[in-house]
Ligand binder design. Structure first.
Ligand code: RFL
Ligand code: PHB
Length: 397
């Protein structure tokens, strides 16, 4: 088989890239290790920046997102038992975010993929990359008991943090920056009305918590837990009890509990690998970088990487220019480092760090006191939360 672009991974990055390329008449094949049901079963991100909304609109998959997504003009920080609203709209000149789950984004992209007629191979095993440092890369994979070969112009590595693409690059060609946090997030999804109409990020003496949602009837909650905890250690009742203890009395009172539809523990990590292009292999999304989820940036960064990559590939085919491909890494990395810094900072601000002493805790409280009682402080949080414009990666200012 031959195609113009082989895309490894059918998460949001791979599916979105496939759609943007298809719209531009660029033939592509997606190879995904898991089944479609498995990919849809992973409960992940919930908050879209305007820039991601715009890209999904451009990809023609925005209809249900606009009908069902919940626009949010602010969120609460609960600190020292007091709630403080970060008024995103007022602090950023009218900007806001959209609460619409990654599962739904993925479902919309899968429907567009099916309608496009482009090939997607689920349960593709042993995907192996060949000759991406030359002019004629190729990819092999196993499916249905047979090994298949695809010849291609480019390989897009959209296969997440544990994927094969980044791992195929010689160690000497790549620089990795990593920080692993000494706790995880235990998440619970339930068909219960959200405790509040906006998100609540909680800094409590018992650790961080987050009250989020998927709709007006479906809630998503998170608790900071030690890395040694296992999901099996947490009954639904234990989860709800602990969440209540981390909330203020009004929220604890308003909390509606119910059976968990899903419960999982995610480790927290900051990670960037540089560069993102190796000859004819280009990495995008979690394959190249991870942020701790506190800033809600992961899916948004994936969308902007993919937009830059799609534009660069379109320029290659339409204008026979590699200018966009040559600057792809640089464009992405500038906004990636900004989001990495915010996610790291917001994580530090809101969590209890088990290995730190009382003085670090006092510094954290003083910083929160400053941020929440200063217009400039609140604006710093708001500006970073709503995110950077798409052309940010181009500007050198
Ligand atoms: P994905 O979603 O990991 O998809 C990669 C796909 O590649 C497949 N794959 C392979 N396929 C073929 N061969 C191989 N060898 C392969 N190896 C892997 C995998 O099966 C998978 O289907 O990466 P992608 O597409 O780059 O998307 C990134 C996002 O999923 C991620 O950044 C976000 O979920 C992060 N994130 C959040 N981002 C936000 O913007 N806002 C949020 O509110 C938010 N909350 C979160 C989050 C991530 C979380 N977890 C669990 C990590 C909350 C959590 C708890
Ligand atoms: C979510 O709803 O899953 C979510 C929301 C905001 C975050 C992280 C996760 O910062």
């Amino acid at each position: 088989m031959r195609t113009q672009v082989v895309i490894v991974g059918a998460g949001p990055s791979g599916l979105l890239l496939g759609q943007l390329l298809h719209q531009a008449g660029i033939d592509n094949v997606i190879l995904e290790r898991q089944s479609a049901e498995y990919v849809l079963g992973r409960i992940r991100a919930g908050v879209l920046e305007q820039v991601a909304v715009d890209i999904l609109d451009e990809a023609g998959v925005g209809q249900r997102m606009h009908a069902e997504g919940l626009p949010h003009e602010g969120f609460d920080l609960l600190v020292d038992g007091q709630r403080h609203r970060i008024d995103l709209a007022r602090l950023t000149g009218g900007r806001r975010v959209l609460v619409y789950g990654q599962t739904e984004v993925t479902r919309d992209l899968m429907a567009a993929r099916a309608a496009s007629g482009q090939t997607t191979v689920y349960e593709a095993a042993n995907v192996t990359l060949h000759d991406f440092d030359g002019e004629r890369p190729w990819v092999t994979y196993a499916h249905g008991g047979q090994t298949h070969r695809i010849d291609t112009d480019f390989i897009a590595g959209c296969d997440g943090f544990h994927g094969v693409c980044r791992a195929s690059v010689p160690r000497s060609a790549i620089t990795e920056y990593e920080k692993v946090y000494p706790f995880g997030w235990l998440g619970l999804l339930s068909d219960t009305p959200p405790v509040h109409h906006e998100l609540i990020y909680v800094n409590s003496p018992r650790g961080f918590a987050l009250c989020s949602m998927r709709s007006r009837t479906r809630s998503r909650y998170y608790l900071q837990v030690p890395l040694t905890d296992k999901v099996e250690d947490w009954s639904d009742a234990a989860f709800w009890d602990e969440l209540r203890r981390r909330l203020d009395p009004a929220a604890a009172e308003a909390l509606v509990t119910g059976p968990a539809l899903e419960k999982s523990i995610a480790p927290l990590r900051s990670f960037v690998s540089e560069p993102m292009r190796f000859g004819r292999l280009l990495l995008a999304g979690d394959a190249a970088h991870i942020v701790p989820p506190t800033g809600a940036k992961g899916l948004n960064l994936a969308a902007t990487d993919v937009k830059y990559l799609a534009d660069a590939l379109i320029e290659h085919y339409r204008e026979r220019s590699d200018a966009g491909l040559n600057t792809y890494s640089e464009r992405c990395l500038r906004r990636i480092w900004r989001a990495e810094r915010f996610s790291w900072w917001f994580t530090r601000l809101m969590h209890r760090f088990p290995n730190e002493g009382e003085i670090e805790h006092k510094f954290q409280q003083a910083e929160l006191d400053y941020l929440l009682h200063s217009e400039a402080g609140a604006r710093t949080i708001a500006e970073n939360y709503v995110g950077l414009p798409l052309d940010f990666g181009l500007r050198r200012a």
